[in-house]
Design a protein around this ligand. Structure first.
Ligand code: 13P
Length: 238
């Protein structure tokens, strides 16, 4: 199973060094803040960036380009994360540009999608997810679809940094995973990998590990504690 630890905007330099020493090449894909990528790189961890610029290198103060990430041996990039879509109001067009730049550099994309609580209440879950997938998949080369991993993260299930979000039932996630799998097969004739994310932790992992069509997990809050992250991975291996 693919386990991605999304550390979000956490850790100091010192904390990153301690965390890194405990991660011990476990095969977990680690997603630290940009300044700490080289710390994790030195011991050969699988790296995922939390974001990437939609532009090529040049006068874009504060941005980090796909080629810069590539030079750090970053293998994956998170694009379309709920916090980027909703806090930073990133538009679909710029997400698409980010994906294109990342693919051009040979990186794989974890493309995050998910419905808000309001969309769920209005029975718009499948429509939302379909729109998010088609808006990207219609503009990329069909041969590149196998370089995309879907991160299904219902917005209402993601923790706010203090409190965990609600956990969907396995049935709810299974239905979405089935929908995505069939959509991508039908429209693009490709098999797609899906990760689940949203308050995955030691209390719910034994249940979530039974999901269908699930290739692994995107773990936010619970990944801040390296011991918990390693325990979650152990449970996924059983
Ligand atoms: P939490 O696990 O903190 O809910 O975050 C999930 C997430 O956003 C992973 O990308």
């Amino acid at each position: 199973m693919i386990i991605v630890g999304n550390l979000k905007m956490n850790q100091t330099l010192e904390e990153a060094s301690i965390y890194e020493s405990k991660l011990t090449n476990s095969g977990i894909i680690i997603c630290p803040s940009f300044p700490y990528l080289p710390i994790y790189k030195q011991n050969g961890y699988e790296l995922c960036a939390q974001n990437v610029s939609e532009y090529n290198d040049g006068p874009y103060t504060g941005d980090v380009s796909a080629s810069q990430l590539k030079s750090l041996k970053v293998k994956y990039v998170l694009i379309g994360h709920s916090e980027r879509r909703h806090v930073y109001k990133e538009a679909q067009e710029s997400l698409n540009n980010k994906v294109l730049k990342s693919l051009k550099q040979g990186m794989q994309v974890v493309y995050c999608i998910g419905e808000t609580y309001e969309q769920k209440q209005n029975n718009q879950t499948f429509q939302t997810i379909e729109n998010q997938i088609l808006s990207l998949f219609n503009i990329i080369d069909n041969n590149d679809i196998n370089k995309i991993i879907i991160g299904y993260e219902p917005v209402w299930a993601i923790s706010d940094g203090i409190n965990p979000g609600a956990t969907p039932t396995n049935q709810e996630i299974d239905e979405v995973n089935k929908y995505i799998t069939e959509l991508v097969k039908e429209k693009y004739n490709q098999n797609i990998k899906i990760l689940y994310g949203g308050s995955v932790n030691l209390n719910n992992i034994e249940q979530l590990v039974k999901l269908n069509n699930n290739a692994g997990f995107l773990i936010g809050g619970a990944s801040k504690n390296v011991e918990d992250l390693l325990k979650i991975q152990e449970i996924c291996k059983q």
